[in-house]
Design a protein around this ligand. Structure first.
Ligand code: M6R
Length: 602
């Protein structure tokens, strides 16, 4: 979603630094960009549709010496991506950039029109800018104006603001959208996330909701909503700028796929070998809900399978955008587990806040350290996957699955169902995952070969049963989001209840059967699709590699492990099939169209 960065400095390079910051925020997803900078006399605004390089080109023709700039990448919500709708917006004395959505912008707009304001764009942000200008004219004070304006705004926002009569100072605030303050040698920042500023500093502070900040090149001052000054400690980011580079890989997605073996081994070492969250007592809750969006929800489905099948605990999984309006489901004896790579997903945050209001205990499985979700949950289990830049999650998802494996093992222990023999088998499995996963990933030629069979098709189907069905959902999402191939994921037994009508000569069907109990059932379902002409891509374990020529046109063989790691091996193969397909289709793999990395609006 939108990315913002503001920088005020003792030097004259704020435009260059802000642009570099914007480039590091590209991964969030955007369709236009813009910058406002103080040229010593005026505030200049330059905007452009499309890639940041278009903005760069325009700026290259200008004198951009400047000690203060605010810049923005826009992911369109209100009005199409064009220069008029791009940020920064300027009204009267105020110029600002915004990440979020102002929900009451229509009524505010009418009110402001009646006061004589006129509008050029279709955006909610221009309305917020005019409203802040109005509040400034009423109060005559920049901070008070910001406080007053936020009282009248409904929705989510992170704002960087400059006023005409103090153009080297940035004022900032946030609600439901992230914003960090960075402290560098030559000046100070306010940016959507730490990646924007890591080339210049790893020292930062987080702004809480309802706090306001005045940022000059020398001093940063924090205020509460009554404008009392507040103390803020700075923190040091553990991620560094090198982790935001492709390091020789063609795409961030590929790099992140290759980072999985170490990341997964790290999870098992941290949370199984040296369990650090054994204080979660499953028996003290009468129900468990797991809530998330997109791939994180798919990881939750694997988690549900493991917790129910092995931990003997009933679990409900729901997408956060529905759960957040379902308050009657939540009681004080509910354990809610929220799952989020970014820790900033608006629907997931709303779900966790609702559950906390209702008295539930909330555990977060989160990657981004210091993110909103990690700070608001009762207990945070970090996945420590490191920064994930590709919009399509890979290591983010598999590390979530690995955490669920350890949670299920803990539930087994607590319920007294983990025998010594089983514990030994699982331990061996967890300890050998790194090399097994590496071998699966290294089988690149096979995935390319399969991609060649499917990349010209418009529809692909994924089928599986049990835990494989959950993994199919993630494989299907990966394929559609990065290769723009329509794909659907079905429980293998469900296809015949309607969807099988879509199978025709040559339709690719990717079937997964790693679950021994359900192997034969799945094979029957594959044969049903074969009988209707499907092109069958079969993913199974080495236990069955010699028995499938009759119903598989292409075969992916995985090492047989336990259910605590098999989904991770399976999904790695599916990630790479999606990756190679997207490459053959010439897609923008790391930044697929219309998508945002961090979905900070409802
Ligand atoms: O940051 P989160 O894990 O909360 O994000 C949830 C989804 O938006 C995310 O998984 C999305 O589905 C990805 N594009 C999938 O690759």
């Amino acid at each position: 979603m939108c990315g913002i960065i503001g920088y005020t400095t003792r030097k004259n390079n704020s435009v260059e630094v802000a642009l570099n910051g914007l480039k590091n925020l590209e991964y969030r997803g955007y369709d236009s960009s813009g910058i406002a900078f103080f040229d010593g006399q005026n505030v200049d605004i330059v905007k452009s549709k499309g890639k940041i390089s278009n903005l760069d080109e325009k700026l290259a023709t200008m004198n951009t010496d400047s000690c203060c700039a605010i810049a923005h990448t826009r992911w369109a919500t209100h009005g199409e991506p064009n220069e008029t709708n791009a940020h920064p917006h300027h009204v009267g004395d105020v110029t600002l950039v915004h990440n979020g959505i102002i929900e009451n912008y229509a009524e505010l707009k009418e009110e402001l029109i009646s006061k004589g304001y006129t509008f050029q764009s279709e955006t909610d942000t221009e309305v917020a800018t005019a409203y802040l200008d109005y509040c400034y004219k009423q109060t005559g004070d920049k901070l008070k104006a910001l406080v007053e304006a936020t009282k009248g705004l409904r929705g989510s926002y992170a704002f960087d603001v400059i006023y005409n009569d103090e153009p080297a100072t940035i004022y900032a605030t946030r609600k439901d959208s992230p914003l960090v303050i960075g402290y560098a040698h030559d000046g100070n920042f306010a940016a959507s996330d730490i990646s924007a500023i890591l080339n210049y500093t790893n020292k930062y502070s987080l702004i809480n909701e309802g706090e306001f900040v005045k940022i000059t090149r020398d001093i940063v001052t924090f205020y509460d909503s009554d404008l009392n000054e507040i103390e803020k400690k700075s923190q040091t980011a553990s991620w560094d700028a090198a982790q935001y580079q492709k390091n020789g890989y063609d795409h961030f997605m590929l790099k992140e796929i290759y980072e999985q073996p170490k990341a997964i081994a790290g999870i098992f070492d941290r949370y199984y070998t040296n369990c650090t969250y054994s204080d979660i007592d499953f028996k003290s809750f009468d129900k468990i809900h797991i809530v998330a969006c997109g791939s994180a929800m798919h990881a939750a489905l694997v988690g549900k399978y493991l917790l129910q099948t092995y931990g003997k605990i009933p679990v409900m999984v729901e997408v956060a955008s529905e759960y957040r309006y379902n308050e009657e489901l939540i009681t004080p004896s509910t354990l809610l587990i929220v799952v989020s790579q970014s820790g900033e997903t608006a629907d997931t945050i709303a779900a966790l806040r609702l559950a906390k209001e209702k008295g539930a205990y909330v555990v977060g499985i989160v990657n981004a350290v210091g993110s909103t979700i990690s700070r608001e949950v009762d207990k945070c289990i970090y996945t420590y996957a490191g920064p994930e830049i590709a919009v399509a999650t890979t290591k983010g998802y598999t590390t979530q699955v690995a955490v669920f494996s350890t949670l299920a093992l803990m539930a087994m222990k607590q319920n007294g169902v983990l025998t010594d023999e089983k514990a030994q088998e699982i331990k061996e499995d967890l300890l050998s995952i790194e090399s097994k996963l590496q071998n699966v990933i290294d089988n690149r030629d096979l995935y390319l070969d399969i991609a060649k069979d499917i990349y010209t098709h418009n529809d692909v189907f994924f089928i599986g049963r049990g835990i494989d069905s959950a993994v199919c959902m993630e494989g299907s999402l990966k394929l559609k989001e990065i290769s723009y191939t329509h794909s659907e994921s079905y429980s293998a037994g469900e296809l015949k209840h309607g969807t099988i009508s879509l199978i025709e000569e040559g339709t690719p069907v990717i079937s997964i059967a790693t679950d021994e109990k359900l192997y034969e059932k799945t094979v029957s379902n594959i044969k049903e699709t074969k009988a209707r002409g499907s092109f069958s891509i079969f993913v199974t374990t080495d236990m069955h590699k010699d028995q499938c020529s009759e119903f598989s046109d292409k075969l992916v063989v995985l090492p047989k492990t336990t259910d605590f790691t098999e989904p991770i091996l399976t999904v790695a193969a599916l990630q790479l099939i999606a990756y190679e397909t997207a490459k053959l289709r010439g897609c923008d793999i790391d930044k697929p169209r219309n998508l945002a990395k961090s979905v900070t609006v409802e």
